[in-house]
Ligand binder design. Structure first.
Ligand code: ADP
Length: 414
């Protein structure tokens, strides 16, 4: 009994001593491990810095290590996702703006920056960036209602035609704005619409007169040989005009679609002017117009497809003669201008009204319908412009009504 009385307290005392020693040692290990975890949390790859199987803390250290490894994998997946998204936004031709709930831009891709002036947009306010009241209103409606909105507007300053789609950003309470530049598309639509309306207009007149001529012949003119012959000649003229229009249209569409590959060779501008003038001489003489060539000798050669370039000159000379009165003059010349030869076809004819000047290179455009009713399709200058531009040159005109016109075009040197 006596032995028990002192043994129990002694055993309890020893147990307590052992427990406090275990506690102190565990505490030390935990403190050391906490310091390691803290250090690892601040590093780029925590899983690499975290030990596994820490003596005495094996289950804890292994679990924390697995957690950190899973976190690193997820982080790198997120990083790859983010880089992919950034690359897409960078290359996207549509503008993307991401605005926060306060209306400040958090992100703008290069296409959006280009659309709105070229300067960095991040941090700017949406209203100041979009500027146009309809676009700002669309963003505001989306911000207030949380519903997608869209609007199409034409910016008066730049004449750009934009479509804005605003989508609510559920995560931030802001708005994602997508801006598409539809200017080119719209221009193509207008050109196509004009083209169809022009071509039907151009076809209507000759077809109506063919119908009238045929009906008159049927109604008795056939029995009067001189009248019948006159009518047949007129039918032939109309058919010729239609045939010319069809072949010019075909030619134009082939040039426009790049189906006419240029065979570029070294060509002497002087020879080209003289040979074309020779070709057009009879036509000029018939109209009573003198055709002159003025070309300084020794001009360097150009890089050109000679028959195509001759076609440009023929179209311009043909107009020069057509719009001149008898005893008028058409003068061809060429001069060196930097890396180009600049050719000019000048006439002393009717000239072109300043209002018409910017449009005469358009397909089917005729400056004065009454004056040009007798002939011409309005395609000649359009073909000339395409051919000159395909050579890498420019074409333009200077003109004064009743005094004459000068058509210039440049062709790069060989
Ligand atoms: P067209 O076959 O009708 O001549 P073009 O495309 O060659 O077609 O010319 C377009 C229009 O430009 C003409 O209808 C005419 O009104 C004007 N134009 C072209 N060249 C001249 C010129 N040398 N003098 C006056 N007007 C011209």
């Amino acid at each position: 009994m006596n032995t028990l009385t002192w043994l129990l307290p002694a055993a309890l005392g020893l147990l307590l001593l052992w427990m406090s020693w275990r506690y102190a040692s565990l505490r030390r290990k935990l403190d050391a491990y906490t310091r390691t975890v803290r250090r690892a949390a601040g590093s780029e790859k925590p899983a690499l810095e975290l030990p596994t199987d820490t003596p005495g803390l094996e289950p804890l250290s292994n679990t924390v290590h697995s957690l950190a490894a899973a976190y690193t994998v997820q982080l790198s997946q997120l990083e790859a996702e983010r880089a992919r998204l950034a690359a897409i936004l960078e290359q996207l031709t549509d503008g993307i703006l991401i605005a926060d709930a306060n209306g400040l831009l958090r992100m703008a891709n290069p296409a959006a920056e280009k659309l709105f002036g070229g300067a960095p947009l991040t941090g700017r306010s949406v209203a100041i960036t979009l500027r146009h009241h309809q676009l700002v209103e669309t963003w505001r409606k989306c911000q207030n209602s949380g519903e997608p909105q869209s609007e199409t507007v034409e910016l008066p300053a730049t004449r750009k035609y934009l479509q804005l789609i605003a989508l609510p950003d559920q995560n931030t309470g802001g708005v994602i704005l997508m801006i598409q530049d539809l200017t080119h598309q719209r221009r193509l639509e207008t050109v196509r619409r004009d083209f169809i309306s022009n071509i039907s207009h151009e076809l209507r007149t000759p077809l109506a007169s063919l119908k009238a001529l045929a009906e008159t012949l049927q109604d008795g003119a056939l029995d009067d040989p001189p009248v019948a012959r006159r009518f047949l000649a007129r039918i032939q003229t109309e058919v010729d005009a239609l045939t010319q229009m069809a072949s010019e249209l075909l030619e134009l569409s082939r040039i426009e679609s790049g189906q006419v590959p240029l065979e570029l060779r070294r060509v002497s501008p002087e020879k080209l002017l003289h040979s074309t003038a020779e070709r057009m001489k009879v036509q000029a003489e018939r109209a009573g117009v003198s055709l002159q060539v003025e070309c300084p000798p020794g001009l360097p050669e150009v890089r050109a497809d000679a028959p195509r370039l001759e076609q440009v000159l023929v179209n311009l000379i043909h107009n020069g003669i057509k719009f001149s009165r008898a005893s008028g003059e058409v003068r061809l010349s060429a001069r060196l201008e930097g890396d180009f030869i600049c050719c000019a076809v000048a006439d002393t004819g009717a000239g072109i009204d300043p209002d018409d000047l910017p449009r005469i290179f358009e397909r089917f455009y005729k400056a004065d319908r009454a004056r040009t009713k007798s002939g011409g399709t309005g395609l000649g200058l359009s073909i000339a412009r395409h051919l000159v531009e395909a050579h890498g040159g420019k074409i333009w005109v200077e003109s004064e009504p009743e005094r004459g016109s000068v058509f210039y075009f440049t062709i790069p040197l060989a």
